[in-house]
Design a protein around this ligand. Structure first.
Ligand SMILES: Nc1ncnc2c1ncn2[C@@H]1O[C@H](COP(=O)(O)OP(=O)(O)OP(=O)(O)O)[C@@H](O)[C@H]1O
Ligand SMILES: Cc1ncc(CO)c(N)n1
Ligand SMILES: [Mg+2]
Length: 517
């Protein structure tokens, strides 16, 4: 990590965060400009501050209006950020006047940064002018020579060179070479708009070598802001300390991945929509059956699958899950130890569809990757699996996380780590888990009394002993989790129904007792 400045006020044990300053225009549609830069930097894990040069009224149809910010006020914004915030890299977007370009150059000389990334924005894809030809001389003479890298698209490259349209990869190469003569250390000519190309081809020239960077062309209309996002991502990687070559490669892969993820999203009615930098929008809006927040009463009859038992009885995981839910299971956990990852993912998707249809949450044992990939409601982790705190970071604040605990100390840790519930056991001896210490009803009661989280009891529980478990009567105990008692049986739904009846009876008895006390 790099620590700069010898200021005595700086605490060196604190972390210096990579920082990109973008100086660009606001896009009201938020696909390009400042908004794209903020999202790209956030997605790439870099802090981004913003100096706004113009406010555009813009959507997926085109640019309806432009309001340029005064030169003095651009200068004031630059001074505010650069004088205070330890900027690593400056990235430029829409620079709508000669005066604004000159002020930027002056401020960078006054407050030097590690690198300058120039995206010479001139015309939006809709054909609207964002910076006129009058800025070309100051770009060529003052700004480009200061740049670590410039990232023109085909039209911008030909405007800067004052040459005819670029139409081939060979044209891009010679343009990159000619632009290098203006003084930037690297030139990336972007080929997003290259006609008749099944790949998205960009040419990087570093003064010595040409690199042809290719990625599959994503078939989508959602490419508004790819240029801004690419340049910001390059700036972000440079801010982290990457070489320019690897910054460009990572940035291009990021844009390609985000385009692919977003290819079918619909935002706006115009010909060119924005894309989702954070790869998050589909998981919330497409999933219309998504469950709300975790409800502890869902722990009442918790069904845990077991591949061996399903094989023994000749049923698929999905069939077993459906039967358990029809019998009254209130939550399902897939605990599949010996299944290949691909098969597990397919089964998990099938089970999720069933669970969603019935409004029952689906959790995955141990495998956070599977939970994320299939969009399950959460995970259950043991003491030697992924720590709950890390699982929470990976899964985000909404997903359900359960932790197996045998002691009050473990229960306290689960609470601190951001878990939602605790699985406590084995209450009785069981053969689904080797070398598992049995805590007994006393151990269960101790954990229930200490825990701030709701608890489901697990381990050897079935119709013969479920009532005894529920009768410990501690409010944090919400239900029982069952493996063999449901799935190592001929008819899963019948067994589940039987157990559900007993649990309901036990719960009434406990409530009755409470009323009498
Ligand atoms: N359909 C696509 N599939 C994959 N990559 C693409 C696609 N379109 C553009 N790219 C890539 O996105 C990056 C930006 O390229 P592009 O030439 O579109 O820039 P631009 O015209 O400045 O963008 P903007 O639309 O923001 O003005 C380049 O790396 C390019 O190869
Ligand atoms: C504000 C702004 N900057 C850049 C672009 C180029 O995509 C745009 N359309 N709008
Ligand atoms: Mg384009």
């Amino acid at each position: 990590m790099q620590v700069r400045g010898a200021s005595t006020a700086v605490d060196c044990s604190k972390m210096k965060i990579p920082h990109v300053l973008t100086i660009a225009g606001s896009d009201s549609g938020a696909g390009a400009g400042i908004q794209a830069d903020l999202k790209a930097c956030a997605a790439r894990g870099v802090y981004c501050s913003t100096v706004i040069t113009a406010v555009t009224a813009q959507n997926t149809v085109g640019v309806q209006g432009v309001n340029i910010v005064s030169e003095d006020f651009v200068a004031e914004q630059l001074t505010s950020v650069l004088s205070d915030m330890q900027v690593d890299v400056v990235k430029t977007g829409m620079l709508p006047s000669v005066g604004i370009v000159k002020i930027l150059c002056q401020k960078i000389r006054e407050f030097p940064v590690r690198a300058l990334v120039v995206d010479p924005v001139m015309v939006s894809t809709s054909g609207d002018v964002l910076a006129g030809a009058s800025i070309l001389p100051v770009f060529r003479e003052e700004l480009l020579p200061m740049a670590e890298i410039i990232t023109p698209n085909l039209k911008e490259a030909s405007a800067l060179l004052g040459c005819a349209h670029l139409e081939t990869v060979a044209d891009m190469r010679s343009a990159a070479k000619s632009l290098h003569a203006f003084g930037p250390r690297n030139v990336l000519v972007k080929g997003g708009d290259l006609p008749d190309s099944s790949d998205a081809i960009d040419i990087l020239f570093d003064g010595d070598n040409f690199y042809e960077l290719r990625s599959p062309r994503v078939k989508t209309h959602n490419t508004h802001g790819t240029g801004c996002s690419l340049a910001s991502s390059i700036a972000a990687e440079l801010a982290k300390g990457s070489s320019t070559f690897s910054a460009v490669k990572v940035a291009k892969r990021f844009v390609e991945t985000a385009l692919d993820y977003s290819k079918d999203i619909i935002i706006g009615n115009g010909p060119q929509g924005p894309f989702d930098h954070l790869l998050r929008l589909k998981s919330s809006s497409h999933d219309c059956h998504r469950l709300g927040v975790f409800n502890p009463s869902d722990l009442f009859l918790y069904a845990v699958t077991d591949a061996r038992m399903n094989k023994k009885w000749g049923r698929s995981i999905a069939d077993a899950v459906k039967a358990a839910i029809e019998g009254g299971a209130t939550i399902v956990q897939l605990r599949e130890k010996d299944v290949e990852t691909r098969d597990f993912l397919e089964s998990a998707k099938a089970c999720l569809e069933i669970c969603r249809a019935y409004g029952v949450p689906l959790l995955i044992n141990d495998r956070i990757d599977i939970a994320l990939a299939c969009g399950a409601d959460g995970v259950h982790v043991g003491q030697s699996d992924m720590p709950a705190r890390v699982a929470r970071t990976l899964l985000g604040p909404e997903k359900i996380i359960g932790v197996s605990c045998k002691t009050p100390a473990q229960a306290e840790q689960a609470w601190i780590d951001g878990a939602d519930y605790i699985g406590c056991g084995g209450v009785y001896p069981t053969n689904t888990k080797a070398n598992n210490l049995t805590v007994g009803l006393d151990g269960l009661k101790t954990v229930c009394q200490a825990s701030k989280l709701p608890i489901v009891a697990i381990g050897g529980i079935g119709p013969s002993n479920a009532r005894a478990v529920m009768e410990i009567g501690v409010p944090s105990l919400k239900g029982v989790a069952v493996v063999s008692g449901l799935f190592d049986r001929e008819c899963v739904s019948t067994e589940t129904r039987k157990l559900h009846g007993m649990l309901t009876e036990a719960r009434s008895l406990v409530n009755e007792k409470k009323r009498h006390n």
